[in-house]
Design a protein around this ligand. Sequence first.
Ligand code: CA
Ligand code: CA
Length: 200
Amino acid sequence: MQDDPYNPMTSSWTCEYMISGAGLIEVSTTSSESIDIDLYLIHDSDGDGIPEPSEMIASSAAPSADEQVSVILPDDGRYWVFVHGFGIPDGTSTFDCTVNIINGNDLMVSDTPAGAIMADTPCDFTVTYTAPDMVGEYDGMIFIGPTSAPEALSVPVTITTTETQPPIPPVPVPTLTPHGMVLMIVLLAVAGSVALRRRE
Ligand SMILES: [Ca+2]
Ligand SMILES: [Ca+2]
């Protein structure tokens, strides 16, 4: 719907999520119509259950319907996705909104190397998972980085479960450490996925 173009808080399409231990929130919109919708992500940081302008943590407002926001390692709590009708020539229109939230602790990292890792030195670690009962494809994420920025690199993990469960594929460790650099790493893994697609 056409909303007040100067006030994203008037967004007529909103969706609420409770987030706990998430590694990623990723939201995108698109439309087959010639409209301009914008995307906002709001975190209820004061915990009062009310979305406020000061709580906006991400926005995407290009002059089309194709928008995308993502937040890595979001704080726990209540979130709202606002889709703002900036320019809807016919007053109402349709769009797709895809929300991907990766959370949970179904992925476990173990056998991590202790101490410093020299550049260009491969190191092995073990990733185990708790497979959901339902056969399907599940997205997870492993963060790798120095202790001061543990989410510096994110490695997506996809687990496909079948009737007979295959072994988990090895997770490649990005080899981006420059020559001579010593990298202290921490590993944090999250898994589980919520994806929905809504058309209104
Ligand atoms: Ca609030
Ligand atoms: Ca837009």
